[in-house]
Design a protein around this ligand. Structure first.
Ligand SMILES: NC(=O)c1ccc[n+]([C@@H]2O[C@H](COP(=O)([O-])OP(=O)(O)OC[C@H]3O[C@@H](n4cnc5c(N)ncnc54)[C@H](OP(=O)(O)O)[C@@H]3O)[C@@H](O)[C@H]2O)c1
Length: 266
């Protein structure tokens, strides 16, 4: 896909991977619309415009289907959307016993239902024009699980399942879906979701930490090359390949080097 002149909508663009992706797409010639709840999206727009890009922002809670429909109506009134990047997401690494049901529902709502609502709003226009791309960002937990992050992991599997199902549905339509799976990223994620960073399995330290800009660049390259599956860095790709060949030892390592359930007094 040629990003020059395209209209790219990025969710969760107030910081981190989403902000870097919006900026990278704008610098590649796209007009970008940034979506998030906080006012920081306005700052991100000002930075992109100062760098010579074209950007606008809308503040919306993507877990609210009505609010997403209203925002999408305003965006589409301005012209078609060529790329939707579903990146908004949150959720702490917690076991089931530590996760009250309403928190588990919120963790499924963002990222998964946020991505669903946005896709529901923008996909029909892409199908009518027979082109476009839905980009879904997920976590390595969607392929190789570790202990102590149960509802988080389920929500990232939902993102992967949604993308694979979209790829099957969209075959032959001219519209594509791309799954992006970065390793650990140095963003505000772990500050916003306290207690999570310490639960990454120790084996994960072998995989270098990425910057949001690394992920943004991989998304731009993936879009240009019409990729279906983007995994970075290369050492994570290698781990996925080893896991595909020999799942049991990799899963055992995740458990052995991961979070330990506190002992319960008998
Ligand atoms: N950081 C990592 O190590 C890592 C690794 C792999 C995958 N990921 C995934 O990548 C995605 C982005 O992560 P990040 O590291 O960039 O995190 P981040 O810095 O915490 O950014 C999360 C973004 O999502 C937005 N957001 C969350 N809930 C929202 C909602 N209900 N409505 C609208 N916007 C919402 C936030 O904006 P507001 O708060 O302003 O609404 C923010 O812009 C997440 O889905 C995460 O699971 C992260």
């Amino acid at each position: 896909m040629n990003l020059d002149g395209a209209h790219v909508v990025v969710t969760g663009a107030s910081r981190g991977i989403g902000a870097a992706t919006a900026r990278a797409c704008a610098l590649a010639g796209a007009r970008v619309t940034l979506l998030a709840r906080s006012q920081d999206v306005d700052t991100r727009v000002a930075e992109i415009v100062a760098a010579g890009g074209r950007a606008q922002a809308l503040r919306v809670d993507l877990t609210d289907p009505g609010a997403v429909a209203t925002a999408a109506g305003r965006i589409l009134a301005d012209g078609p959307v060529n790329v939707l990047v579903n990146n908004a997401g949150a959720g702490r690494f917690l076991s089931v016993a530590e996760t009250p049901p309403q928190e588990a529902v919120a963790m499924m709502a963002s990222p998964y239902f946020a991505a669903y609502h946005a896709t529901y709003a923008f996909l029909p226009g892409m199908l009518a024009r027979k082109r476009g791309c839905i980009v879904n960002v997920t976590s390595p937990a969607s392929r190789i699980v570790w202990p102590g992050a149960t509802a988080y992991t389920a929500a990232r599997w939902a993102m992967r399942g949604f993308t694979k199902a979209l790829q099957a549905d969209l075959a032959g339509t001219g519209v594509r879906a791309m799954l992006v799976t970065p390793g650990k990223v140095a963003s505000a994620y772990f500050a916003s979701n306290p207690g999570s960073e310490g639960r990454l399995p120790r084996i994960a330290r072998l995989i270098p930490t990425l910057s949001p800009e690394d992920v943004a660049e991989a998304i731009v390259v993936g879009l240009r090359r019409d990729r279906a599956d983007v995994v970075l860095p290369w050492s994570l790709r290698l781990l996925f390949a080893v896991h595909a060949l020999a799942p049991w030892p990799v899963e055992a390592l995740m458990v052995r080097t991961g979070w330990r359930r506190p002992a319960v007094d008998e």
